[in-house]
Every structure is written in C-alpha cells, then in structure tokens.
Design a protein around this ligand. Structure first.
Ligand SMILES: CC(C)=CCC/C(C)=C/CC/C(C)=C/COP(=O)(O)OP(=O)(O)O
Length: 308
C-alpha cells in the first residue's frame, strides 16, 4: 500500500539529510530495501539532530534545553502522539518507522544521555568509562538498527544479536574518535582514556600537526587500533544472523570504517594533519563487495578463526 503523502514527504526529507550528511553510512543504508532504508534514514535524521545540538556553538544551558525538547519529542513518538501532518518531518518519519519496525526507541534516550555527557564536558579516565559513553552514542545506534534489520529465523545464538550490534557500534565509535582526534582537540575535547594517554606520554593532548616532544603518539594510536579491531571481530558475529541486504548494509558501514582504521594504522600522524577519509570510489567498492557477500564471508571466516 502506498504511504500517505505527508509520510512520504517526511521520509524524503530524512533521506535527503542522510544522503547529504552521512558521508560514510549512506553507502550502507542505500543497500537496504525501501522500507528499511527509509526507517534507517529516519533514525539517522533524528540522531543527526541530537548530535548537531551537542556539537554546535550554543551555550550549554541552551543545549540542555534543546536536548530536553528532543526527549519530549521522542516521548510523543513513543506514545503514538505524532500526527501525519505534524510540521516536523523527522518526527513524522520516526513515528512511522517505529510503528513499522520493532525499534527499541530507548536507544535514542541513551543517545541523548551520551550527548549530555559531551555537553557537560566529561572526560574519561579509563576505557571502561569511555565505553559507557560509546555505548550511548553508538552502541545504541547499533541496537536501534537491529530493530529495523531483524534477525534470521533459527540463527545460531540469536539472543546475542543486540550485544554484537552494540559492540559493532563501539568499534565504529572508537575509529571515529581516532579519526577526529584533531577536530575534537580544537573543540577542547579529548575522548581517549586519560590512562592510555599517560601510558604513551600524550597527556598534553593533540593540538598541533605533530606529536609533542617525547610523546609516543604512534604507540597510542596502534594500541587503540588493536582495541578497535578486536571490537570489530567480536561485532562481526552479528553478520550471519542478518538477511542478505541487512548484512550488506552492516558490512559496508563497518568495511568503510575498517579501511579508515587501516589508513590510520599506516600513518598515525595523518589524524593530526587533517581528517582521514576514503575516496568515494573506494567507499562504493566496499559497498558493492558487501552486497555481493564477499566481505561478509571473509569477515565471518576471520571471526570464526579468532574464536578457535
Ligand atoms: C549494527 C550496526 C548497524 C551498527 C552501526 C551503529 C552505528 C551506525 C554507529 C554510528 C556511530 C558513529 C561512528 C557515528 C558517527 O557519525 P558521523 O555522521 O560523524 O560519521 P561520519 O563523519 O563518518 O560520516
């Protein structure tokens, strides 16, 4: 049955936001069937809004108030109180998606909680502390996405799917943190755990295009890259539980980020000089590999090998 015109328009808006802003994840989302693609773009557009409030130049009390508004909007979505002709397209699309798929919307509350940690300027002493933040801003996105993807009937250990989706989110977020070390430092933020920074002589932070004297910046980056790779390997156990198109979407998202990680590993100081990214044709190549199942099979073999 065709969707009502206002719902179609709301999804089109969210898909445009995703196409313009999700420089990496859009490659995966595009591989999904229409209904799933629309639902993921609604999740993306809501998450983008929350993230933009956190990252913007507003005073912290204004950020608090705006985040509180998004939480109230989320409550309206949860209670089915958003009308089709509401003026907010993100609310309309998210509301429709939440009725079409069993999306655990509490994950969006976690995202807001995570962005509030940013607004408070929290720093992290240990990986365990940073992990709590990453679970909110990325693990939750993995669990929300799983609600759209669903799992294959009879998949082995399917009850662990949310845990693996969460872990994949952590892997992506840690990669993101490494990639954005310089941009975050310029905004006065350091996400990497203070105890790791101390271990590698990097406690003075990451301003400047070269590491500070005496800092083992490459050592620090290689240490975090190993941690991210272990998270990817664990999170990839989700793949055999998904249908082909959802698996392709996840393989494309994760594959693009793994290639970023490879680049960062080869040249750690690149993240101090600017933003490490992949050319569009390489992202498209990774996405096509995901769709043909090549990456998924390769990754599943790697994860299985790690288990034995
Ligand atoms: C199971 C599953 C689907 C897991 C995936 C979960 C997921 C998509 C987490 C997103 C976390 C993340 C690194 C966001 C950055 O977005 P950004 O817009 O800053 O990214 P960009 O700058 O690389 O485009």
């Amino acid at each position: 049955m065709p969707l009502p015109a206002p719902v179609m328009a709301a999804y089109s808006y969210c898909e445009a936001v995703t196409g313009q802003q999700a420089r990496n994840f859009a490659y995966g989302i595009r591989l999904l069937p229409t209904a799933e693609r629309r639902a993921m773009s609604a999740l993306y557009a809501f998450s983008r809004r929350v993230d933009d409030i956190g990252d913007g130049a507003l005073a912290s009390d204004v950020k608090h108030a705006r985040l509180e508004e998004t939480r109230q909007l989320l409550d309206r979505v949860r209670e089915g109180k958003v009308e089709e002709d509401d003026t907010d397209p993100v609310a309309v699309a998210l509301s429709h998606a939440a009725q079409a798929f069993p999306i655990p919307l509490g994950g969006l509350d976690e995202l807001i909680d995570g962005v509030l940690m940013d607004v408070r300027g929290e720093t992290y002493e240990t990986w365990d502390e940073l992990k709590t933040y990453c679970r909110c801003v990325a693990g939750a996105i993995g669990r929300l996405s799983l609600g759209v993807f669903g799992t294959q009937p009879g998949a082995h250990q399917v009850e662990r799917a949310p845990e693996y989706a969460d872990t994949l989110g952590l892997a992506l977020q840690l990669t993101n943190i490494l990639r954005d070390v310089r941009e975050d430092a310029e905004g006065g933020r350091v996400y990497l755990p203070a105890d790791d920074l101390a271990k590698f002589g990097c406690s003075d932070g990451f301003l400047g295009t070269r590491p500070a004297d005496g800092a083992d910046f490459a050592g620090l980056v290689h240490f975090e890259v190993r941690r991210a790779r272990a998270l990817f390997a664990e999170g990839y156990r989700l793949l055999p539980m998904l249908d082909r198109r959802s698996g392709a979407c996840v393989a494309a998202m994760a594959g693009i980020y793994r290639r970023l990680l490879d680049r960062i590993e080869r040249d750690p100081e690149a993240v101090l000089r600017g933003r490490v990214s992949l050319p569009g044709r390489e992202k498209a190549y990774v996405a096509v590999r995901g769709l043909s199942g090549l990456d998924a099979r390769h990754i599943a073999r790697q994860s299985a090998r790690r288990r034995t």
